[in-house]
Design a protein. Structure first.
Length: 196
């Protein structure tokens, strides 16, 4: 019962903090993540909902605000994050979980931290949140429906490989910085056996 109360408290706070469009996105990510969790056998609905709701808790911050927050919490952005500071919202959002929301669940924190770039050793919850963020129902890009359909007939690893590959293709085609964590995530997923 405690985590259910926590989720409602988090939701109420996010409604106050986030722009309406971003809150709606977070709700869609949480809902789609729950569908993916059911499909891929992740049985902690409350963790899924919490991570989905909180994944973009810093997304609305501007560049200067993100850099100031990084300094306040002792986070040193790497070269890639400085080149594309919008990705800082993920690791800084994870730091906010314990600082501002009193959430100390390591799995939820890792899922929030890894939802933008991915990363080596991202667990099942993190992989689901990563994919749900990229493919929630309002995401409308040429391969979105095809990628969503893969969830119905693929393992989580295979689904994740396809989603990460599509994201890397997008970043490359648009001449955007690709964080090494994204490449590591792809390589880790692509290099594993199909039983993962």
């Amino acid at each position: 019962m405690g985590i259910s109360i926590e989720i409602e408290s988090v939701r109420e706070r996010l409604v106050q903090e986030l722009p309406a469009e971003l809150m709606a996105h977070s709700e869609r990510v949480a809902k789609y993540a729950q569908e993916l969790a059911q499909r891929f056998g992740y049985e902690d609905d409350e963790r899924i909902e919490l991570a989905g709701l909180l994944h973009d808790n810093c997304k609305h911050y501007g560049r200067e605000e993100l850099l100031a927050l990084a300094q306040r919490v002792g986070y040193e952005p790497d070269t890639y994050e400085l080149a594309a500071p919008e990705v800082l919202h993920a690791p800084l959002g994870a730091r906010r979980l314990w600082r501002d929301f009193a959430i100390v669940d390591r799995e939820v924190m890792l899922a929030v931290a890894g939802h933008t770039t991915g990363g080596r050793n991202l667990g099942k919850l993190g992989r689901i949140i990563y994919c749900a963020d990229k493919l929630e129902p309002a995401r409308d890009f040429p391969s979105a429906d095809h990628l969503r359909s893969l969830a119905e007939r693929s393992s989580l690893r295979e689904f994740c490989v396809a989603v990460v590959a599509a994201n890397l293709d997008y970043l490359s085609a648009n001449h955007r910085v690709i964080h090494p964590a994204s490449l590591e995530f792809y390589n880790e997923l692509a290099g594993k056996s199909s039983h993962a």
